[in-house]
Design a protein around this ligand. Structure first.
Ligand code: TYM
Length: 336
């Protein structure tokens, strides 16, 4: 039996933070041997909010280098850049024409991001989930490993695929495969260091709210030292009055590779003065090997270019085949 197909991606807007790592990339790495994997850097998504053209290409390369540094292994996985495979934009257009506007207006992430953009909301921001659907559907992906915040977008992807299949496919020969989200409970929603009720996010104006994978140890120590806590002694999970406490214990549990029960017992008598240095040491220790590997990879641009060139070629094989399938189903003439 052939392996199930995985597709996922991250936007090159700023560096990856612990939420991206624990919600997505760590899970890609851990399961990659079981699946046939495609991981893209979604640079077309990065321009749905105002972006800096002077840094877009470098940021895109940096994310690809981080995928490798986190442990993506090219013998199981393909890494590529979304904009290098033009089928993504083309399928997005075809899907646009069958996606009802009100499906997009309902998207929670659009509503949240649109508020931040005020008058300047682009059509691209509204259309963002349709491009994401194209990313997934072009690879006949079975599973899409993401954090909790992307679940609604994958449900929309399924709805779009069902609509295409109903209108343009045959019952025994669907045009598009229906993907499922793959959301691992631990780490699916890492919260901000400055507010335990908000998710950790690249777009939070305060850098103190997130730990980035490339933060030097001193910055990590400073962020944890200053992060929001409370005045209660004894640390505990699952107390809705103490969201920060739950989040920090959760980070410690995952990165120290301990069980929740173990950590609950270990920390039940602890105060913040004792816990914060422990968390700092755990976070720094867990990401030190990633940082060392990143330095090595990022210093060899030729290598990274060859990885992305090969990735583009491999991605195109699948993407172009499925794009043709959709165009045939929709009745387009063939180019002569
Ligand atoms: P992006 O770039 O915002 O985030 C990348 C991945 O990180 C996860 N994530 C989190 N997980 C846990 N806690 C957090 N605080 C946290 N913040 C982010 C996200 O769920 C995601 O898995 N639309 C996507 C990118 C995308 C994509 C795709 C993903 C485009 N096309 C196709 C999968 C398949 C996004 O903006 O992710």
């Amino acid at each position: 039996m052939s392996k199930q197909r995985i597709l996922s991606g991250v936007q090159p807007t700023g560096n990856l933070h612990l939420g991206n790592y624990l919600g997505a990339i760590r899970n890609w790495v851990e399961a990659q041997q079981q699946y046939d994997n495609y991981f893209c850097v979604v640079d077309l998504h990065a321009i749905t909010v105002p972006h800096n053209p002077a840094t877009l290409a470098a940021d895109t390369y940096a994310i690809a280098a981080l995928y490798l540094a986190c442990g993506i292994d090219l013998s199981y996985s393909t890494i590529f850049v979304q904009s290098h495979v033009s089928a993504h934009s083309e399928l997005a257009w075809l899907l646009n024409c069958i996606t009802p506007l009100n499906w997009l207006e309902r998207m929670i992430q659009f509503k949240e991001k649109a508020i931040k953009q005020g008058e300047n909301v682009s059509v691209g921001l509204l259309d963002y989930p349709v491009l994401m659907a194209a990313d997934i559907l072009l690879y006949d992906a079975d599973l899409v490993p993401v954090g909790e915040d992307q679940k609604q977008h994958i449900e929309l992807t399924r709805d779009i695929a069902i609509r295409i299949n109903d209108r343009f496919g045959r019952k025994d020969d669907p045009v598009l495969k229906l993907p499922k989200p793959l959301i691992r409970k631990e780490g699916a929603r890492v919260m901000s260091l400055t507010d335990g009720t908000k998710k950790m996010s690249k777009s939070d104006p305060s850098e103190m709210s997130r730990i980035e994978l490339l933060d030097p140890p001193e910055a990590i120590a400073k962020k944890i030292k200053r992060c929001k806590t409370d005045t209660v002694k004894g640390l505990e999970f699952d107390n809705p009055e103490r969201p920060e406490c739950h989040n920090l214990l959760n980070l410690y549990t995952i990165l120290a590779q301990k069980s929740k029960e173990e950590v609950a017992t270990e920390c039940q008598e602890m105060g913040w003065g004792q816990f914060k240095p422990l968390l700092t040491e755990t976070v720094t220790g867990a990401i030190a090997p990633i940082q060392a590997k990143y330095k090595e990879i990022a210093s060899d641009k030729g290598y990274l270019e060859s990885v992305l060139k090969e990735g583009k070629e491999k991605a195109e094989e699948s993407a172009n085949r499925i794009l043709s399938r959709v165009k045939d189903a929709l009745g387009f003439s063939h180019a002569l």
